[in-house]
Design a protein around this ligand. Structure first.
Ligand SMILES: Cc1ncc(COP(=O)(O)O)c(C=O)c1O
Length: 346
């Protein structure tokens, strides 16, 4: 038995599991504990966070839970600004941990809830004298926090040939990739996004998959870290989440299923390469949705899914389920304009 310092430590250190001879899963109980603890520690070190400071952040998901757990341990006041996607159970868990949860009910005409949530954060901060905002989308301490994970991977595996993971703020994939490339600059990094997310050059549109994808471009997303981008629809990600459970008894959330689908496909085609797939959270929050066949059927989430991705020549073409685009470590402008130029010139 390994003793750990506290519950945050127990959640942020992932387990590394071998799924097939060349495919490993980096399975977190709650990945967002990695940036949550690091960002708060760095702020304390910099003097921007002291004992009485109120932490204010916008999140409807796992980053909020991670902050609430850390703030409960530190007796640090916390206000979380979310939207109606916060389910009743998570809401109760957050308030039980001592967080105040403020729900924004009206989305913007474009871009969903993100912009009104940011406006509400500014409003709350203006009314409290001493606040600190972790800003997971822009704070460089988010990607930096994953040096811990890269060290762990290098320590256990030596070299990783390919890393596959979901992208939301960009922190986990960009940070882990950057540090792993210090040991192996040739490592292939594959980002997994949702159809109709703006992260890798698609137009914003309705999305059911949560946790990956975004309506706004986060500063922490460094596009030049990625060799490939895959987009998925919710039915494919949900089916893969269930396959991960059934095939490997790993009870994880849908962003894990999305990464597992892409990672196992890549590993099959590269049997001599060691692939690591990032699984960011456990399945408990998705009992009544992803793990409920009746919910899946009622919400049109059961249907034919591709056995392999459809190759696309531009990001804009990849909106209909599982698609793959050779990003080649380009900036967003380079990838979008370069792809268009290649299509026009072909
Ligand atoms: C469950 C889950 N998976 C994946 C991600 C994406 O991670 P990142 O924000 O580091 O890109 C998030 C982000 O919130 C998440 O909540």
């Amino acid at each position: 038995m390994t003793a750990v310092a506290d519950v945050v430590e127990a959640h942020r250190i992932p387990v590394l599991l071998r799924l097939t001879p060349n495919l490993y899963a980096l399975a977190y109980r709650l990945m967002k504990m990695v940036p949550a603890r690091h960002i708060l520690r760095e702020a304390r070190r910099a003097g921007t966070l002291t004992a009485g400071t109120t932490v204010v952040e916008t999140t409807s998901g796992t980053f909020g839970l991670a902050l609430a757990m850390q703030c409960a341990l530190d007796a640090q006041p916390l206000v979380l600004v979310g939207d109606p996607v916060i389910d009743a159970r998570l809401h109760r868990q957050l308030t039980d941990l001592g967080a105040r949860v403020d729900i924004v009910r009206e989305p913007a005409a474009r871009g969903g809830f993100q912009a009104p949530r940011l406006a509400r954060v500014a409003e709350i901060r203006a009314g409290i004298p001493d606040t600190f905002c972790p800003e997971q989308y822009t704070n460089p301490a988010n990607p930096d926090s994953y040096s811990l994970i890269a060290d762990l991977l290098v320590d256990r595996l030596g070299q990783v040939d390919c890393l596959v993971g979901p992208v939301g703020s960009g922190g986990s994939m960009c940070g882990t990739t950057r540090y792993l490339r210090e040991a192996g600059p040739g490592m292939v990094s594959i980002g997994v996004d949702a159809n109709h997310s703006v992260l890798f050059g698609q137009d914003d549109g309705p999305r059911t998959l949560r946790g990956l994808g975004n309506s706004l471009l986060p500063a922490n997303l460094d596009h030049t870290q990625f060799d490939e981008v895959h987009w998925l629809g919710a039915p494919e990600a949900y089916a893969a989440t269930r396959a991960l459970h059934r095939g490997h008894a790993l009870f994880m959330g849908p962003t894990s299923g999305a990464a597992f689908l892409v990672g196992s496909w890549w590993a099959r085609w590269h049997p001599d390469a060691l692939t690591v797939v990032v699984l960011p959270d456990e399945g408990h929050r998705y009992h009544d949705t992803v793990y409920d066949d009746a919910w899946l059927a009622a919400n049109g989430m059961v249907g034919p899914t591709r056995a392999a991705p459809r190759e696309v020549a531009t990001p804009g073409e990849g909106t209909d389920g599982w698609c793959r685009f050779a990003w080649r470590r380009r900036t967003l402008a380079e990838a979008r304009d370069g792809a268009l130029a290649e299509v026009v010139g072909s």
